[in-house]
Design a protein around this ligand. Structure first.
Ligand code: AMP
Length: 607
């Protein structure tokens, strides 16, 4: 095979030349669609692949999910479609039904500004009826799994005689799934004149052989993976409505023990707005974005370095290569749409061997992006609820304590006031504690020290299905699925238990499979789990003795009656001490006496 290896390394530290999509030779309708979607600059694989494909040459692309490879092959195809042709012009082979559907959606998104582009997913498990009638009506692009495509070819229901573009997406995965023969048959039995693009994360010998046998003088393009996140960064995400992001950020700032922070916003105006609101709330925050001149940006970054500034609100471009050791936290106020940006953004923390924290805000519609990032980085992100009012109040009280402790350290000034206070106590016959409380009132001013329980939306409780991600809980209780019953386990939010742990523990101990799990609802002190109604006595016994985070789960069928709260008195004082990184109702209700001594990393003009 002729190789013209184009090693592309879009190093995050250096500012790459500002390449635009129009530089790649794409036409207006496609450029318009990209603008609408919000893609600003092409990713490395796109910059390398699009001109080659537009030029008509075959491509072998070594790139992983998350690099933007779908657009890299989809855009040149859309750009050159002949909409008057009724038989399929482009065929994309993908290893799984999920990927096929995802690729279809991408095509539809990118073809948004073209009239009547028909894209058809074709995969096994779906009835032939829909596929056949769509094919009869006329389809421009077919995206399918190899097995079902072969079925159609054998039945004579898919006419690929005028095929111009063939894409093998995730070729290595297709081989792993046993599609090698099908893929070769399709390659061999489609017009020799077609253009082929083969994408694969790895290049085993079998793929090299297929490429040299069926592709014509392909350009080989390798994008070095930048989707590797470092292990010293804890990655969490929080589902929040778009309108509630500012509230969420405020709570995060209250409960997280941060030193320096970078908050990422999608647009320049968002960064300005966030910085403005944070300043109004007493934080030292500033925005950096492309609208701000370079010398000013440098000044702002230096202020972050020196501690004059604690929070930098930035766009991707403005934060490129930023290296400030004291950045302990990155918050993705808007989650990025591509994995490389995500990796670059969170890489702004955990510098110089330190640990770092990354928290991403995800709107319910953006859940898919979390999955995409998890796939691309091969790391799990932990979902956390919005920090609860209790949690915020515990930290506020700790901070209040810290201020008292700090003031007590100012011996001279204490000395000066001691006599004044003593004089007051003698003359007014008031206990010293009351005078101290009165002084706290003076110091606090009109701003309440603690959040009211209903001052902002409380942490949400949610129902989750392990196989489909979670859904918001509507009613308090609902009837379990047919064949399922609701069971109660003695661990809940207080133990910071997550659905994932429940599924893991029950699956291991009870020999359950994924489909044996229905909804999971995590309550403050217990959880409800839907499991098959006909669990054997033996399985139940084993499950009753299972532990999660060291605590016996005492699984039993749920009576459906509301339980009296059993927390508080009988529970050890440090029951919050699980190692989870989420937030729970950690404070004892109505009393925050057992709050942890906390050493805030950041300063804030309180009160
Ligand atoms: P892929 O590697 O094709 O699965 O793409 C990963 C993600 O990156 C998808 O969510 C795309 O929507 C997004 N994406 C692709 N190209 C770009 C781009 N040039 N700018 C921003 N996001 C992109």
């Amino acid at each position: 095979m002729h190789t013209n290896a184009d090693q592309i390394e879009d190093e995050a530290q250096t500012e790459p030349a500002a390449m635009t999509f129009s530089d790649l030779g794409l036409s207006q309708p496609v450029l318009k669609a990209l603008k609408g979607i919000g893609y600003e600059t092409p990713s490395a694989i796109q910059a390398a692949t699009i001109p080659t494909l537009l030029g008509g040459r075959d491509v072998v692309g070594m790139a992983q999910t998350g690099t933007g490879k779908t657009a890299a092959f989809a855009l040149p195809i859309i750009d050159r479609l002949d909409l008057s042709q009724k038989t399929p012009q482009a065929l994309v082979l993908a290893p799984t039904r999920e990927l096929a559907l995802q690729v279809c959606e991408a095509f539809e998104k990118y073809a948004g500004h073209l009239k009547d582009v028909h894209v058809l997913p074709v995969y096994g498990g779906q009835g032939y009826g829909v596929q056949l009638s769509a094919l009869r009506r006329g389809v421009h692009i077919v995206v399918g799994t190899p097995g079902r495509i072969i079925d159609h070819l054998e039945k004579g229901t898919l006419d690929l005689s005028a095929l111009q573009y063939l894409v093998l997406d995730e070729a290595d995965e297709m081989l792993k799934m046993g599609f090698a023969e099908d893929v070769e048959t399709i390659l061999a039995e489609t017009p020799a004149t077609k253009q082929v693009a083969l994408f694969s994360a790895t290049m085993p010998a079998q793929i090299r052989r297929i490429a040299s046998q069926y592709l014509r003088d392909p350009e080989e393009i390798t994008v070095k993976s930048k989707t590797q996140t470092s292990a010293n960064i804890s990655q969490r995400y929080l589902i929040t409505a778009w309108q509630q992001k500012m509230d969420a950020l405020t709570r995060i700032l209250e409960v997280e023990n941060f030193d320096g922070m970078i908050v990422f916003g999608r647009t320049r105006s968002v960064t300005e707005e966030i910085a403005e609101k944070l300043r109004a709330r007493g934080y030292s925050a500033a925005a950096i974005n492309g609208d701000i001149a370079q010398p000013q940006r440098e000044k702002t970054v230096n202020q972050l370095k020196s501690g004059k500034l604690d929070i930098l609100v930035a766009t991707d471009v403005a934060a490129r290569g930023l290296d400030v050791e004291r950045v302990s936290h990155v918050v993705n106020y808007d989650i990025p749409t591509d994995a490389e940006s995500y990796v670059h953004r969170i890489g702004r923390t955990g510098r110089a061997g330190r640990t770092g924290d990354a928290i991403s805000f995800v709107t319910p519609r953006e859940r898919g992006l979390v999955k995409m990032i998890e796939r691309a980085t091969r790391q799990q992100l932990t979902e956390i609820p919005l920090p609860s009012v209790d949690e915020v109040n515990v930290t506020r009280l700790s901070r209040f304590d810290d201020r008292i402790t700090a003031a007590l350290g100012e011996a001279e000034r204490i000395e000066a006031f001691r006599d004044i206070v003593a004089h007051y106590v003698r003359n007014h016959d008031v206990p010293e504690a009351d005078v101290a409380a009165a002084l706290a009132v003076v110091a606090q001013g009109d701003t309440p020290l603690l959040l009211e329980p209903d001052a902002a939306p409380a942490a949400r409780e949610r129902t989750e299905r392990p196989d489909r991600g979670d859904r918001p809980e509507r009613g308090e209780r609902r009837a379990p699925r047919e064949g399922f019953a609701t069971y109660r386990i003695a661990v809940g939010k207080r133990q910071r238990v997550e659905p994932r742990q429940i599924v893991g523990a029950l699956a291991n101990e009870g020999g359950l499979r994924r489909d044996d799990f229905g909804a999971i609802k995590i309550m403050p002190d217990f959880s409800l789990v839907e499991l098959p109604a006909n669990l054997s006595r033996e399985a139940l016994d084993r499950l009753a003795d299972t532990r999660i985070s060291g605590q016996l789960i005492e699984l039993r069928p749920d009576s459906g009656r509301p339980q009296r709260r059993t927390d508080g008195a009988s529970r050890p004082r440090d029951d919050r001490g699980s190692s989870g990184r989420g937030y729970g109702d950690s404070a004892a209700r109505g009393s925050y006496d057992d709050r942890p001594a906390r050493k805030p990393r950041h300063k804030r003009t309180d009160g």
